[in-house]
Design a protein around this ligand. Sequence first.
Ligand SMILES: [Zn+2]
Ligand SMILES: [Zn+2]
Length: 380
Amino acid sequence: MSKLSDSKVITCKAVVCWGIGEALKVEEIQIEPPKSSEVRVKILYASVCHTDLLYTKGFPAPAFPRVLGHEGVGVVESVGEEVTDVKAGDFVIPTFMAQCQDCEYCVSGKTNLCLKYPLPLSGLMPDGTSRMSVRGQRLYQAFSCSTWSEYMVADAIYVLKIDPSIIDLPHASFLSCGFSTGFGAAWKEAGVEQGSSVAVLGLGAVGLGAMEGARKQGAVRIIGIDKNEKKRKKGEAFGMTHFINPTDEENDQKSISQLVKELTGGIGVDYCFECTGAPHLLNQALLATKMGKGQAIIIGAGNHPTVEVSSLPLLLGGTLKGSVFGGLKPQTDLPVLIEKCKNKEFQLGELLSHEISLEDADKAFDLMKHPDCVKILIKL
Ligand SMILES: [Zn+2]
Ligand SMILES: [Zn+2]
């Protein structure tokens, strides 16, 4: 392992999506050495997030061929000469958000977006190039990097050093996006108060994270909504107090907001978290909140440019807002979550439903359709 980026191009395996609707392929690709502000990481574990599926549909822009994966954990193989925060041999997780701690946005306390290092939507490094190629053709990355690959390069500002003695590596991977997004939404974005009522639409890793965050904040009523009956048990492990299956026979004539109101004396919840990305559920989330003071927080990514929203709840004072990564700042807030893991304050192991090898990662989206599926771990 070398300090400087005098290391050579690495040939390794990665999961490539060649275009919208095309089957994933495990390919041999080339990874260049890191440039001066970058790190090259050997990935040990990656995990599957719903947004990976959206990439294959052209979200946020149709940039192909693309190496998937934005959740993971690995060990730094080499660093560029300007990198001082991490060194070869350090364990890191990628973060698709960056925090320069210096720009107008970072110091505002009002957003976790950074002006200097924006959310990387182009699929390229901050300098507009890529460190990955396949048979000489440029490969796009997921956000700040690609984790479904034996190696990846990221700008050092987009990784967070972790201590593997205090957190299981698979759990660290889960914290790099989905669960943290939900947890952060309840903790940082909404600031759920003691005694609140909360509803969560969609009990995947993001929704379960939102429940756990709400529980930690002292919410007393936490309603989980999912079409999948198997999510009932999962929800209970993360603090759910009531479960609604909208496809149950007695529920099928009622909207989700109606069902939530039935459980809350007709007035709705203080906070509703929309974690599915389904366009019509955004309005249902708003309608499920208390008139005048409820907040609907949209954290599920969807591939739809516009949605229809009822204006009356907003005119009466309700709030509809969205958040990326649950409002968490990667360098200052993620270590707080890691500390909670160390103290066994939540059961991240409950998220794990499938474990596969990189060679089988082309089947990840088929596994995702399985009713038992919450989190797929890719072992590299
Ligand atoms: Zn900044
Ligand atoms: Zn994600």
